[in-house]
Ligand binder design. Structure first.
Ligand code: CTP
Length: 219
């Protein structure tokens, strides 16, 4: 709650992957399941915050009490985030947005009669960088890295004008995707002072609580 007004905090959270169409039946995407974003949304609802979850395709139940906005592409996610960011107190981009999309989606299914298929990929917009900073608005990102995790995450914090970044590692035996069956993950939460707080072997629920505690502290 805001101390003076008792208005619930308005938080915008993105989750899951985006899917970028190749033709009407095929797409490129990534391995994100949405678990981190959905955990954050459930934890924020529990705190009495007003939650809007903008999600790519994810096989999870909608968090009860949150407004759910379903999107497919990075462009659609950008439009939905920009339409709501001005009203929100905080944005947490937990989505694994596809950085590239096929330049043109074929209108008809591409037939396999051709021996090879070349796809021209173009960059999608960086959503976090499209959201203007303003006083009192907290911008939080995730950083998924396969090397130099903390260093690269700090770079993203600065480049994207973030208040906080949650870094995690993929590859080298680490699988950051999904959740369940007691799975635990390592994170480094880095704030504007660039100091990192390590969360070792925590569930995504625990990570979500730690992140929201810090957001609450900033607001
Ligand atoms: N992000 C975004 N828009 C994109 C890509 C990523 O807003 N088009 C956000 C993600 O939701 C995340 C943060 O930026 O909060 C960092 O995403 P990540 O995939 O780790 O890094 P990228 O910025 O995509 O850079 P790279 O893939 O080169 O590491």
């Amino acid at each position: 709650m805001h101390a003076e007004t008792k208005e619930p905090l308005k938080i915008l959270i993105t989750a899951g992957s985006t899917v970028e169409p190749i033709d009407p039946v095929r797409y490129i995407s990534n391995r994100s399941t949405g678990a981190a974003g959905y955990s954050l949304a459930r934890a924020a609802v529990k705190r009495g915050w007003r939650v809007c979850l903008i999600t790519g395709p994810a096989g999870m139940d909608a968090p009860e009490g949150a407004e759910l906005v379903r999107i497919e592409t990075a462009e659609q996610m950008k439009d939905e985030v920009l339409a709501r960011a001005g009203e929100a107190d905080c944005l947490i981009m937990a989505a694994a947005v596809c950085d590239f999309r096929p330049e043109r989606a074929a209108r008809e299914k591409i037939k396999k009669t051709q021996g090879r298929l070349k796809l021209e990929l173009v960059k999608t917009p960086d959503i976090l960088s499209c959201v203007d900073e303003r006083p009192g608005f907290i911008k939080v990102g995730f950083a998924l890295e396969t090397e130099k995790t903390a260093e690269n995450a700090r770079g993203k914090l600065t480049a994207k004008g973030l208040d906080m970044v949650i870094a995690n590692t993929a590859g080298g035996g680490k699988d950051p995707f999904g959740e369940g069956r007691g799975r635990k993950f390592d994170y480094i939460i880095i704030g504007k002072d660039l100091e990192g707080a390590e969360l070792k072997a925590v569930t995504k629920e625990k990570m979500a609580e730690e992140v929201l505690d810090r957001v609450q502290g900033l607001i």
